[in-house]
Design a protein around this ligand. Structure first.
Ligand code: SAM
Length: 484
């Protein structure tokens, strides 16, 4: 958890000094202090106060996110098996404000347009209680794979992951109750975390990003339903990428208005850094010298109820190809229930190859997905062979309500946990029947094992295995967690 030495670009120092005036000193001092570390409790797994009571590390609350906590050196929650069980997500504290401001509700249609590695998407899905539909989009294939892994680790069951440029999603114009655009930016708030971001910084990048942000915001706006909300976010301080993008957008779209983005400790947006329109003060800035965080900018926008949809008939529901539904055959359902007694079975399914995938309840509302690059959808349940059922890892991470498979659960300090995450098979515990068993730590999921001939065979996916003692990355996050 060493703090890299931050070398700030001279031009950045000049720009921020000009913008902040006397406040600049506190700002630069903060950039040279150690970063605050945050974790966000995955409420699909447990309640925040329960985690605080049970956690072997000290946690202090983050004022703007009830699920968010600060932890301190030398604690390393990324090394604890609860990380692998998706009990929390290591996340920059300021990033936790996104889902709070967007306020997604269970049952809604929500889009995260630039979603990898999934910090904000997993938070949104948890707030939606896995109901309705979250479309998480990420055009970069490598980052999209990490997004899929993180959604799986945290037990998200209601997501469709697309790997598209934003314009390709315009078939869903006017559809989403809430849209998040966490735009690619110059990342000035990340200089402390990653010196490479500071080294790559230059003012030309700010302008290039601002142009791209403007285009992406225009697309994001089309995707919001009339009366719906759009949250624009960046992790940079540059006004060109923040207030100025919003001012230009408001100049072009009279059918959107800013609504107050209230956050404890948040500072108002700065109208004087753009075209002076007063409502820009409704934007929120989390500054690193004012709150325990690296920093973020947020603008919460609402589309008017009487806003007219562009491209009606071409893009909107009427023009969409209908959804084709597949039902789970009775024989397949019987095989699944044999292994997963008590499980409530979802209504919509897809058979990909020989794997049955349970689809989010609201997916049919989007119509056919033909022509889109789909990286993942819903939860893969597993393969039916004859009368047998081979459960998929994602099913262990997102067990359906009521399911009570035979299980083996260890406390997190049991030596079996480290052995299991390392991929080792173990002697079968007494009194557990032969066959597939759900394996857990402190009641949280680690995957599937299979008992046969006195051995508990390890089916933890090879790509996730790790040595709890020697992490591959600074927080032991084996490369699939973004923030540390
Ligand atoms: N929301 C993410 C989270 O909380 O984990 C972080 C998103 S990051 C700030 C911006 C993402 O936008 C990156 O993953 C980047 O690959 C993606 N991106 C880059 N260009 C894009 C584009 N033209 N359209 C959509 N996303 C893009």
């Amino acid at each position: 958890m060493d703090q890299p030495i931050v070398i700030l670009p001279d031009m950045f120092i000049q720009r921020m000094s000009d913008l902040l005036g006397p406040e600049a000193r506190e700002f630069f001092d903060a950039l040279h202090r150690p970063r605050m570390r945050g974790l966000r409790v995955n409420t699909l797994r447990t309640a925040p106060d329960t985690l605080v009571r049970r956690a072997p590390f000290a946690l202090s609350p983050i004022p703007w996110a009830p699920e968010g906590f600060l932890y301190r050196h030398p604690d390393r929650p990324g090394l604890h098996p609860w990380y692998d069980a998706g009990v929390y997500y290591i996340q920059e504290p300021a990033a936790m404000a996104a889902a709070v401001l967007l306020d997604p509700q269970p049952g809604e249609l929500v889009l995260d347009l630039a979603a990898a590695p999934g910090g904000k998407s997993t938070h949104i899905a948890a707030r939606m209680e896995n109901r309705g539909l979250l479309v998480a989009n990420e055009p970069n294939p490598k980052r999209c794979r990490v997004l899929v892994q993180n959604l799986e680790r945290l037990g998200v069951a209601n997501a469709l992951v697309t790997q598209e440029q934003p314009e390709s999603l315009l078939r869903w114009a006017g559809t989403f109750d809430r849209v998040l655009l966490d735009a690619p930016c110059t990342g000035e708030s990340m200089f402390r975390k990653d010196p490479a971001v500071a080294a790559a910084w230059n003012p030309r990048r700010i302008l290039r990003n601002a142009e791209r942000q403007h285009r992406m915001l225009a697309t994001a706006a089309e995707l919001v339903r009339p009366g719906g909300r759009l949250l624009y976010a960046t992790c940079t301080f540059a006004p060109e990428e923040n207030e100025q993008v919003i001012a230009r957008f408001l100049g072009e779209r009279q059918d959107f208005r800013l609504v107050p983005a209230e956050l404890p400790g948040g500072a108002p947006g700065r109208p004087e850094w753009a075209d002076g329109r007063e409502e820009l003060a409704l934007c929120r800035r989390l500054w690193p010298h004012r709150v325990p965080a690296d920093g973020h900018f947020y603008a919460l926008l609402e589309r008017a109820e009487d806003s007219v949809l562009a491209g009606r008939g071409r893009w909107t529901a009427a023009g969409r190809r209908p959804w084709k539904s597949t039902r789970l055959p009775a024989r397949a359902a019987a095989s699944i229930l044999l292994q997963l007694p008590g499980a409530s079975l979802p209504a919509h399914w897809e058979l990909r190859g020989d794997t049955w995938i349970a689809l989010p309840e609201s997916l049919p509302r989007l119509g056919s997905l033909e022509g889109l690059r789909i990286a993942a959808k819903g939860v893969a349940w597993g393969i039916i062979r004859g009368t047998g059922f081979l459960p998929a890892h994602s099913l262990a991470m997102a067990l359906p309500p009521g399911a009570s498979p035979p299980s083996v659960v260890w406390p997190s300090d049991a030596p079996e946990v480290a052995a299991w995450l390392n991929g080792r098979s173990l002697p079968a515990p007494p009194n557990v029947p032969a066959g597939w068993v759900w394996v857990g730590v402190d009641g949280f999921p680690l995957g599937w094992g299979k008992i046969s001939g006195g051995t508990l065979k390890n089916h933890y996916p090879k790509g996730l295995r790790r040595d709890l003692g020697s992490p591959a990355s600074p927080e032991g996050t084996h490369g699939n967690d973004p923030e540390e």
